[in-house]
Write a protein of this length. Sequence first.
Length: 168
Amino acid sequence: MHRRTLLKLGFASAAVLALAGGAAALLQPGWTGRALSASGREVFKAVGGAVLDKTLPAQDDARQLALNGLLDRVDVLVGALPSHAQAELSQLLSLLASAPGRHALAGLGSAWPKASVPQIQEALQDMRLSSTALRQQAYAALHDIAAGAYFSDPSSWVVLGYPGPLKI
């Protein structure tokens, strides 16, 4: 390799790293240490609406109330995770909240709040069936946290036909 080519490659690499570092600095964390950030709430509200579509109330006001309750329970669930898991989830939510990350990881063109439930369900299904382990793991985390947080509330047990824990 010639010296000029090596210098050009070095300058190009430095520029790419500077741009990537600047872009990473613009990403908002998905978890603030106590609760989901605004962008994290948008992702989980959309994912929860898609994952729990048939179990959520049909009326819009009741549906929004149920989704807001879900977000509060996600805060509690994530707050109980070890700090390393919180950090990983925060990174995932940051990535999914950004347009490039949403496109690359979820394959979703529309922003989370603007995407329809069928669009989000299709994106989640593509993640679930992906040949990439990272996309599968991201799907599993989003699905399990949304479903686990929702069904941890005793008022949701009726939908499952679960009478609650046995009295001993």
